[in-house]
Ligand binder design. Structure first.
Ligand code: GLP
Length: 246
């Protein structure tokens, strides 16, 4: 794993966007999997701006969503669906035929999982995953204790995820279950880019880097990833004993 520490959120977001653009340049038909949340907002804005500026051809890429709150309709502005369209797909002018997101309103969860599993395997795995870290160390909705070989699955949400998750919604909603790309696919992604910023993520980053490597704290598994890059700002790195930067 490579740890990169940036002075601030802006620097981190520009570097993360550049990495995504480099991946697309290297492999124009890349399969890209994107997280939602507060952390990647600026990365996605920088990415959309960078792609426009450089005229990068994204017409052959395919995009999938990392996770979704089950039961939250796509027009709700707290849904991952809404977020990805608002921050990524609309600004980047991505056609609907290049996107597959979870259907949060599905009546057949098993089929929903199968559909995403099959998209990932037909394309030979995920080329680049951009993930954040939950306050309980989750990656997507791979909550603490998720099996390392879990593929796409539906999961009850941890109490902490439900509490923290309220911040995304303008109205009161019930969020009990999530659907997510699994840890197996996270660990097999050709590149895993994990990003975190701000003081409140400092204890989480400390655990991910200095704690035990265990599925009890999924973010720590990045240390076992064959091509894991963790980008943090100086605030998120502030509780680390030491860090190396190049
Ligand atoms: C949410 C999302 C995750 C995200 C994480 C961190 O639960 N489902 O995919 O990475 O929490 O979010 P934030 O960036 O807002 O801290």
């Amino acid at each position: 794993m490579e740890l990169k520490v940036f002075d601030n959120y802006g620097g981190l977001s520009v570097a993360a966007a550049e990495m995504i653009m480099d991946c697309i340049k290297d492999k124009p038909d890349a399969l890209l999997c994107f997280a939602t949340g507060d952390t990647p907002k600026l990365t996605y804005q920088e990415l959309a701006a960078g792609i426009k500026r450089e005229g990068t051809d994204i017409s052959k890429c395919f995009f999938i969503g990392l996770d979704e709150w089950l039961g939250i309709p796509p027009h709700n502005n707290g849904s991952c669906h809404y977020f990805l369209h608002h921050y990524l797909f609309s600004p980047m002018g991505i056609s609907p035929r290049q996107v597959h997101l979870f259907d949060a309103m599905t009546t057949n969860e098993e089929d929903e999982c199968k559909r995403m599993n099959s998209i990932i395997s037909k394309r030979g795995g995920i080329d680049l995953m951009v993930v954040g870290i939950g306050m309980n160390g989750h990656i997507g909705f791979n909550e603490p204790g998720t099996a390392i070989d879990a593929a796409v699955h539906v999961t009850p949400l941890d109490e902490m995820t439900k509490n923290v998750g309220k911040k995304y919604f303008t109205e009161e909603v019930t969020i009990n279950k999530g659907i997510t790309v699994g840890l197996k696919q996270v660990m097999q992604a050709k590149t895993l880019l994990m990003i975190a910023n701000g003081k409140k993520k400092a204890p989480v980053i400390k655990k991910a880097i200095e704690g035990e490597i265990s599925t009890d704290f999924p973010a720590a598994l990045i240390r076992k990833h064959h091509n894991g890059i963790l980008m943090v700002d100086s605030e998120a790195a502030s509780e680390l004993k030491t860090y190396f930067n190049d």
